[in-house]
Design a protein around this ligand. Structure first.
Ligand code: FMN
Length: 329
């Protein structure tokens, strides 16, 4: 299946993956309720396959606790923002319209909803299940998998340290662990007894087979779908992934306040060790910079999210990528 990727998992990408025999996940993170509804409708117009969608779990508001560090981090962003003729964003906190999104999904049921970045109220799990939706959580350890089972989850997504983009570690201030996708999958199976989707670092069909052999029920692939023509990733991000121009990668809080894996560019080099663990406050501060850089085609100030399989990422279409991954080109 294609993993949910906020900003990249367009309905076209998800539908192309579903129509090729996989399951394309939609990503509702950072979307308004209305935009999420539009994406679901677009996907349904392109595919009769099941609808699966990912939401971000609301975080603890650390704006006051980390206020001084947020102000300090914002001042370190001034020079890169000025290069693009803008100011850094404000360090605001929000819950990504969580209640509105859950309410909409209860009124307009889909087949599966997964939550990333931690637990949600058990009542929300129950409400979604009552309308026939399978509920899952992204987990990065046996402990998180156990907690997901305790919340009544139907499945978990076990995300390894190889994964591109944000790590779903439940506690924002925890260091992300170093377990591989295979190790998290095994730990999650033992910890939860639930069906496990494995995610992280897939670079080709042999990785898919390797992860399936751990007992995972499905494999979620992100980075390999990023440069496809159906993906919503900015052109400069696609180019950075396929050009080989950025050989290094880092797991950094610099872009959002949460750890995420990205190719190393000037932004990572300059800000990696400075960002406080306040999410989404840091995301909102860097967003205008990343948006301006993407519009100007400047890869040095963008978040070039990438998993360890990124060297195998090519600008193919999603159907061809699916055929390669399933070994049936
Ligand atoms: C650009 C990008 C955006 C992502 N956005 C989300 C997201 O919105 N929600 C989520 O649960 N995971 C997100 N992830 C993580 C993926 O769902 C998945 O765990 C990861 O891509 C798997 O590793 P891989 O990229 O090595 O295949 C994102 C990953 C990338 C690369």
């Amino acid at each position: 299946m294609s993993a949910p990727m906020a900003g990249a998992s367009t309905p076209k990408l998800a539908a192309a993956v579903s129509n090729a025999g996989g399951l394309g996940f939609l990503a509702a993170g950072y979307l308004t309720v209305e935009a999420m509804a539009t994406e679901v409708a677009s996907y349904r117009g392109l595919s009769d396959a099941p609808v699966a969608i990912n939401l971000f779990t609301p975080q603890t508001d650390r704006s006051v606790e980390l206020g001084a560090r947020l102000v300090e981090y914002r001042s370190t962003l001034q020079s890169v923002a000025a290069k693009h003729g803008i100011e850094p964003g404000e360090p605001t906190f929000d819950n990504d319209s969580f209640d509105g999104k859950v309410e909409w999904l209860v009124q307009n049921p889909v087949d599966a909803v997964s939550f990333t970045f931690g637990p949600i109220p058990p009542a929300a799990v129950f409400q979604l299940q009552e309308v026939g939706t399978q509920v899952g959580f992204t987990v990065t350890s046996a402990h998180e998998a156990q907690q997901a089972a305790g919340l009544g989850a139907d499945f978990v997504v076990a995300q390894g340290c190889e994964a591109g983009g944000h790590r779903g570690t439940w506690n924002v201030s925890d260091e992300p662990n170093t377990l591989s996708a295979a190790e998290v999958t095994e730990a999650a199976m033992t910890g939860s007894g639930l069906p496990v989707v494995a995610a992280g670092g897939v670079g080709g069909p042999e990785d898919v087979q390797r992860l399936l052999s751990t007992g995972a029920v499905a494999i979620a692939v992100g980075t390999l779908f990023l440069p496809t023509k159906e993906s919503g990733a900015p052109a400069t991000h696609k180019e950075a992934l396929t050009s080989g121009e950025f050989p290094g990668a880092a797991v950094t809080r610099a872009f959002s306040g949460r750890f995420a894996r990205a190719l190393v560019n000037d932004f990572v080099r300059d800000h990696d060790d400075r960002a406080p663990s306040a999410y989404p406050n840091v995301h909102h501060m860097t967003k205008p910079i990343r948006t301006a850089a993407a519009a100007e085609g400047d890869p040095q100030a963008m978040a070039l999210w990438a998993g360890t399989g990124s060297a195998s990422a090519h600008s193919l279409d999603a159907r061809t990528t699916m055929a390669i991954l399933t070994g049936s080109p």
